[in-house]
Design a protein around this ligand. Structure first.
Ligand SMILES: [Zn+2]
Length: 186
């Protein structure tokens, strides 16, 4: 269904970065996985969907991945995070996805943020902020809500420029296409 590979097998020694601080290792891993999520966002774009990609990682392995497919599946819940999490549940045969990190190119919406809490995901890493519907801090913060029974560690802005420029370009192109279609009709 998808390739499983271990990022941890080849990162430290081969790159000659022994002695690097824990923090920079985490940062490097975050960027690596975000790059993979961006490749999934490209798949969404090729299908004419808003380009968002998501990957769920546990112990240095991908256990689920998804890209936005709401239009193609006629399913308003088919967001990248939703599909990645559903696949991960099947992979680990568990409805709790403890000790996992979700990487997603765009800040999750309220539906997906709620799903992250239900899934007991440990950490969320996202690229671009979504100032219209983002529920990881932009319009609300469901992930660190003290009233809920599970809180999720959030790291924002990983490869932010790349993630947000892909989205802006997509919307710009779509607007131009709509305009061209209108002109044709007139
Ligand atoms: Zn969502």
């Amino acid at each position: 269904m998808f390739n499983t590979f271990r990022h941890s097998d080849y990162n430290i020694d081969q790159l000659g970065v022994k002695g690097a601080t824990m923090e920079s290792e985490v940062e490097r891993d975050d960027q690596y996985w975000m790059q993979q999520a961006l490749l999934l966002a490209d798949k969404a774009e090729q299908q004419g969907e808003i380009p968002v990609g998501a990957i769920l990682v546990k112990d240095g392995e991908i256990i689920g991945q998804g890209w936005n497919q709401s239009i193609s599946l006629n399913d308003p819940s088919a967001h990248a995070e939703m599909l990645a999490i559903r696949q991960a549940g099947q992979t680990v045969h568990n409805y709790r996805l403890i000790d996992t990190t979700l990487y997603v190119t765009l800040e999750p919406c309220p539906m997906c943020a709620g799903l992250l809490v239900h899934s007991r995901i440990k950490r969320l890493v996202y690229g671009a902020s979504d100032y219209k519907t983002g529920a990881a801090g932009s319009i609300m913060n469901l992930l660190e809500h003290p009233g809920l029974n599970h809180q999720i560690e959030v790291t924002a802005g990983v490869l932010e420029e790349k993630c947000s420029s892909n989205l802006s370009l997509f919307f710009k192109t779509r607007r131009a296409q709509k305009k061209a279609a209108r002109l044709k009709v007139d």
